[in-house]
Design a protein. Structure first.
Length: 147
């Protein structure tokens, strides 16, 4: 196996795969789930792009904050700040206050896709036909749980 990686092209491929794995999946300590709804695979992909464009400059590409005043969006912050809350509660805070100083500047769809990405990055599984609705009221009926 080791000798394969001495070939320059295979080395590049191995590196790209490793990077894709790292950027797509921040370290997950514990799995989480949703009660009353689900996130979709395509929704999470859209949300990841939007997160990188609108949030990662402060909250980090791996959801570990790069700005001293901004909280991480994973680990103990997720455990104590997200688990047990409704998706609607987190959606409301994010859509009215974020990006910091520009709350409400993104579309409802973009905000809900970003929330789906954050959930996915914290171990909530996405399904092919799942989708969080871009409807704040419907999101109040979906709860974030830990096993
Ligand atoms: C310019 C830097 C910056 C950007 C960009 C930014 N944030 Fe924040 N964020 C902060 C700071 C600072 C705080 C802590 C103070 C506060 O809550 O206003 C925060 C707090 C938060 C919180 C915790 C709020 C709470 O009260 O529970 C969440 C969740 C969050 N941000 C998500 C996001 C998301 C999602 C995006 C992208 C749409 C984003 N942030 C973009 C700086 C930023």
């Amino acid at each position: 196996m080791q000798t394969l990686f001495t070939h320059p092209h295979i080395q590049v491929l191995g590196c790209a795969l490793a990077m894709a794995a790292f950027t797509g999946l921040p370290a997950i300590a514990q799995d989480h789930a949703l009660e009353g709804g689900s996130i979709g695979v395509e929704q999470v992909e859209r949300g990841q792009e939007e997160y990188m464009a609108n949030c990662s400059s402060c909250h980090g590409e791996d959801l570990h904050s790069v700005l001293s005043t901004a909280p991480d969006l994973t680990g103990s912050v997720f455990k104590y700040g997200w688990v047990g809350q409704t998706v609607g509660a987190k959606y409301n805070v994010i859509s009215t206050t974020m990006p910091a100083g520009m709350g409400g500047s993104l579309s409802d769809q973009t905000y809900v896709d970003i929330v789906a990405y954050i959930l996915s990055a914290n171990g909530v599984s996405a399904t092919q036909d799942g989708e969080l609705p871009a409807d704040p009221e419907a999101l109040q009926a979906i709860t974030i749980t830990a096993p």
